[in-house]
Design a protein around this ligand. Structure first.
Ligand SMILES: N[C@@H](CCC(=O)N[C@@H](CS)C(=O)NCC(=O)O)C(=O)O
Length: 211
């Protein structure tokens, strides 16, 4: 069975949990606690699996391989278990799904990761208030652009690209969860919030939720 190295609050893990559920794949979880013991992601044992010391990692015993990087894991799952798909068949929409996902996974989340916030605190003495401002700043830059880009699909269905759930939603939902946890006002993002509220009620998302 697939084994996910996971931490409930990790938004990168939340992405993978959503896709595993969406594709109805059975898996077990191995907790990597990001805070206890100085952060279990830094342990020598874990770094044998994932030399970056980040979660998620996914072990596929059928191929005896360990995968890293949430988007690479998700593409592996998509290619191994294509149905139901998280990528639209239309080539433009397919690219659009990836573009929206990368706004989060490449341009937003990495700037607000735990290690970045810790680095700001430990090396530059950045206060908690200013770390919050930093966090909100990068979130808003990402969300401003997503909110604008998804407007054109809003009459077509419940998701970022209209009627079909896609990779864009996989990345958006956990990022909104984090934004709410860090008390960002979402007033400027009505369409994002509509998608989030609809999605979190879906069983495959609800079962993946941090808890
Ligand atoms: N680009 C990576 C990011 C992974 C990542 O940053 N994971 C976070 C949790 S969401 C982590 O392990 N943080 C540990 C740390 O910052 O020390 C991915 O998508 O898998």
């Amino acid at each position: 069975m697939l084994e996910l190295y996971d931490y409930f609050r990790s938004s990168a893990c939340y992405r993978v949990r959503i896709v595993l559920n969406y594709k109805n794949l059975k898996y077990t979880k191995k907790e990597v606690h990001l805070v206890n013991n100085g952060g279990e992601q830094h342990s020598a044992e874990y770094k044998k699996l994932n030399p970056q010391g980040l979660i998620p990692s996914l072990l596929d015993p059928s191929n005896n391989i360990c995968l890293t990087q949430s988007l690479a894991i998700i593409e592996y799952l998509e290619e191994s278990y294509p149905k139901p798909s998280i990528l639209p068949t239309d080539l433009f929409l397919r690219s659009q799904a990836r573009a929206l996902a990368y706004i989060i996974s490449s341009d937003t989340h990495p700037l607000n990761n735990l290690r970045v916030l810790n680095y700001l605190k430990d090396n530059f003495n950045v206060s908690e208030t200013d770390r919050h401002k930093w966090y909100h700043h990068w979130l808003m830059l990402g969300f401003d652009s997503i909110e604008q880009q998804i407007q054109k699909y809003k009459d077509l269905g419940h998701f970022c690209l209209g009627k079909d759930f896609s990779l864009a939603d996989v990345c958006l939902i956990p990022q909104v969860f984090n934004a709410l946890r860090f008390e960002l006002s979402m007033d400027k993002y009505p369409r994002i919030m509509q998608i989030y509220k609809h999605s979190v009620e879906l069983p495959f998302v609800a079962d993946a939720k941090p808890s």
